[in-house]
Design a protein around this ligand. Structure first.
Ligand code: F6R
Length: 365
């Protein structure tokens, strides 16, 4: 039931504050301000030499953001690959190390095959899944549930932000277990993460501004998405969302890679969507984007109030997001890229919930 929403995708975007809250409640103790693993799960993060992550599509982008978090907050080296490549790579792995598979459906064929490969090698198998009775959940040693509820729209939205919520919680938990984070730092990060549902409510308020961009964006045959750090996977996620529901060709690039090739694409007809809240690497992103603006590219800057004030870029449009702490930023900035793709597709009249050629659950290789 779509309720008052026009599409399941829009409904699912709006469910995010609630389902992120449900998911976080399994991993955070907001009274004691510490992380907790779901009942019955245990992982000795202190003993890990390495973490291996594999997934497909949007779930893979969640894993990429997870890599930044596990490396930064827990100092665990992370090896990550898309499942269709991972399974044939014959990667050397260490028995006993943890392999983490991320999947909304829990049925994706390549992800399942990668899981079975790691299991054969004697690895411990963890799964971040949304469907508890799925094959991937059943075959994993440890299940980290997302509590997104049924996701009907083919384009993944709420499952993605719930996956991010789990990965952020696990990274903090691992950081504490490995002695990287103090109890005070853990408490601070948990408090920040606990605010994500409230930030998400605020983030949804940019919908009208993004809707205004749908008409001009629909006139483009191409779009480029840029970001650095955790905003780089978000740039790829934004491009994937736009491609799959509006059929506009889009690419997500690391902002620093621009000058190594793709800047040749920039002219007055190229929309460039930049995900850049004011963080440690904001200045670096800005200098890349200045090169885009100088070549006439139409910059859509998704940032926060401080970023908007300090960017000094002649942006075509600036979307001002709520101010959020760094750990919350990737989850919150997923929302505007979802809404931009959604409204562009609605304006173009595509079948938003059932885009052509796509299936919700990819059980073939
Ligand atoms: C994109 C999308 C897909 C899935 C991918 C993995 O919006 O939905 O890229 O993320 O097919 O599916 P799951 O998570 O079910 O393994």
């Amino acid at each position: 039931d779509k309720g008052n929403y026009r599409h399941f995708m829009q409904k699912e975007i709006y469910e995010q504050p609630e389902v992120i809250g449900h998911t976080l409640s399994r991993y955070l103790n907001l009274n004691k301000l510490c992380t907790t693993l779901p009942k019955g799960t245990s992982v000795d993060f202190a003993a890990l030499d390495r973490l291996v992550i594999s997934a497909c599509g949007t779930a893979f982008y969640a894993g990429l953001i997870g890599k930044y978090w596990f490396e930064k907050y827990a100092r665990i080296p992370v090896d990550i690959d898309i499942a269709s490549e991972f399974r044939y790579r014959e990667m050397p792995v260490k028995a006993g190390d943890l392999a983490l598979f991320i999947s909304q459906s829990g049925e994706t064929a390549d992800t399942l095959a990668s899981l079975r490969y790691c299991k054969q090698q004697g690895m411990r198998i963890g799964a971040v899944v949304n469907v508890p009775e799925s094959t991937i959940a059943r075959e994993a040693d440890v299940v980290f549930p997302t509590v997104a509820g049924a996701e009907i729209g083919v384009a993944s939205t709420k499952a993605f932000t719930c996956q991010l919520s789990v990965l952020a919680s696990l990274a903090i938990h691992a950081g504490r277990a490995r002695g990287v984070l103090s109890a005070e730092r853990e408490a601070e990060l948990v408090r920040m993460l606990g605010e994500v549902p409230a930030y998400a409510v605020k983030a949804l308020k940019v919908e009208k501004d993004l809707e205004k961009l749908s008409q001009p964006l629909s006139k483009s045959n191409h779009a480029l998405y840029l970001g650095r750090g955790t905003n780089f996977p978000l740039a790829m996620e934004g491009a994937l969302k736009l491609k799959e529901i509006s059929y506009i060709h889009a690419e997500g690039y690391a902002a620093g890679e621009l000058k190594h090739g793709p800047i040749a694409l920039i002219d007055e007809s190229m929309p460039v969507i930049v995900v850049a809240p004011h963080d440690e690497i904001f200045e670096k992103t800005v200098s890349n984007v200045q090169e885009v603006a100088a070549r006439g590219g139409r910059v859509i800057l998704i940032t926060d109030a401080r970023g908007a004030a300090e960017a000094g870029i002649n942006a075509w449009k600036t979307i001002v997001m709520p101010d959020v702490p760094e750990i919350a930023a990737p989850i919150i900035h997923a929302i505007p890229v979802q809404l931009l793709a959604y409204h562009t597709a609605v304006f173009m009249g595509t079948d938003v919930d059932q885009p052509r050629n796509l299936a919700k659950s990819v059980t073939v290789e």
